[in-house]
Design a protein. Structure first.
Length: 274
C-alpha cells in the first residue's frame, strides 16, 4: 500500500481513549503491551461516573463533550473504552467524528463466539449496558440458537473505583451476582464492562476455572490494530516516541493510584472541567 503524506502525518497522532473512570485503563494497558509505538490521550470522566445507571441521552451528551475536547488534541482514532457509553450510542459518535470510532461490544462478542463450546454464554455489565440488550442482539445476530444469561452488576464499578476489590464484602457481592450464572451452566463469560478486568481473580474464583472470561479490553485492541494497518495510520516510529497523556474531570489522585497499579508506572493526570 502506498502511504500518503497525510497518512504519515496522521500516523504520528495519538489514539484517544474514553471511559467514565479507571476502567478504560485496562484498554490502555493492552494497547501499551501490543501497540507500544502508539501514543494515547485518555479521558476519564471521574466526576460524573458511574455512567451505568444514567439514561442513554445523558451518557451520549457526556461522551460528545469528551469527543469535543479530544478533537482539539492531535488524535487519529477514538476508542470508546466503556461498554455503557458504547451501548448508549456508538453509531452517534461515529457520525460525529471524522476519525474512526470503535466501541467495545462487537470485539467481545466475536471472542465469546469463538471460545464457547456449549453455546451458553454469560454477559455481565452495568445496568445501562445490560438494560440496552446490545450484547444479546449482537450475539443473537451471529447465532440465534445461543443460550444467553445476562446480569447487571452495578456495584462492581464502585468496588474497583474505590479500591475495595480485595475485601470480604466484594467477595459476597460477587457471589450474589455471579452464582445465578454458574447455575445457568455458561462456559464463557463476557466481562461487559472495562472495569471488570480489574477484578478478574474474584470473578474467576466464583465462576470456576473452567469458565472462559472474555476481556473486552483485550479484544478491542485487535480491532484497533486492524483499523490502523488498513488505513495506513499505524505509527512507524520506535516505542521511545510514544507519549501518554491522562485527563480526568474529577480528582486526579485516586485515578493516578489505580493507574500506577495497573500500568506499573507513575502516571500524571490533569483535571479538566468540561
Ligand atoms: N467502564 C464502564 C463500562 O465499560 C462503566 C462504568 C460506569 O458505570 O461508569 O461500562
Amino acid at each position: 500500500m502506498t502511504v500518503t503524506d497525510e497518512q504519515l502525518i496522521n500516523a504520528h497522532k495519538a489514539i484517544g481513549v474514553i471511559d467514565s473512570g479507571v476502567g478504560g485503563l485496562t484498554v490502555v494497558s493492552e494497547i501499551s503491551r501490543r501497540l507500544p509505538h502508539e501514543s494515547i490521550i485518555y479521558f476519564g470522566d471521574t466526576a460524573r461516573m458511574p455512567y451505568g445507571p444514567r439514561p442513554n441521552e445523558e451518557v451520549r451528551r457526556f461522551v460528545f463533550e469528551i469527543i469535543d475536547f479530544l478533537k482539539h488534541q492531535e488524535i487519529k482514532l477514538i476508542v470508546i473504552a466503556c461498554n455503557s457509553a458504547t451501548a448508549a450510542g456508538l453509531s452517534y459518535y461515529q457520525r460525529l467524528c471524522e476519525q474512526p470510532v470503535v466501541g467495545v461490544i462487537e470485539p467481545g462478542v466475536r471472542a465469546a463466539l469463538q471460545h464457547s463450546h456449549n453455546r451458553r454464554i454469560g454477559v455481565i455489565g452495568t445496568a445501562g449496558t445490560i438494560g440496552s440488550g446490545e450484547y444479546e442482539k449482537a450475539l443473537q445476530k451471529n447465532d440465534g440458537s445461543l443460550h444467553i444469561a445476562s446480569k447487571a452488576c452495578p456495584l462492581f464499578v464502585l468496588l474497583v473505583e474505590n479500591n475495595l476489590v480485595d475485601t470480604p464484602e466484594a467477595q459476597k457481592v460477587a457471589e450474589e451476582y455471579l452464582e445465578p450464572l454458574v447455575g445457568e451452566g455458561v462456559d464463557t463469560l463476557i466481562l461487559g464492562c472495562t472495569h471488570y478486568p480489574l477484578m478478574t481473580g474474584l470473578i474467576q474464583g466464583v465462576m470456576g476455572s473452567s469458565v472462559q472470561l472474555i476481556n473486552s479490553a483485550e479484544e478491542i485492541v485487535t480491532e484497533v490494530d486492524d483499523i490502523l494497518i488498513n488505513s495506513g495510520l499505524k505509527n512507524p516510529l520506535n516505542s521511545n516516541s510514544s507519549r501518554y497523556r491522562f485527563f480526568v474531570s474529577g480528582d486526579p489522585r485516586p485515578f493516578e493510584e489505580v493507574g500506577f497499579k495497573l500500568l506499573q508506572r507513575e502516571i500524571k493526570a490533569y483535571q479538566v472541567r468540561l
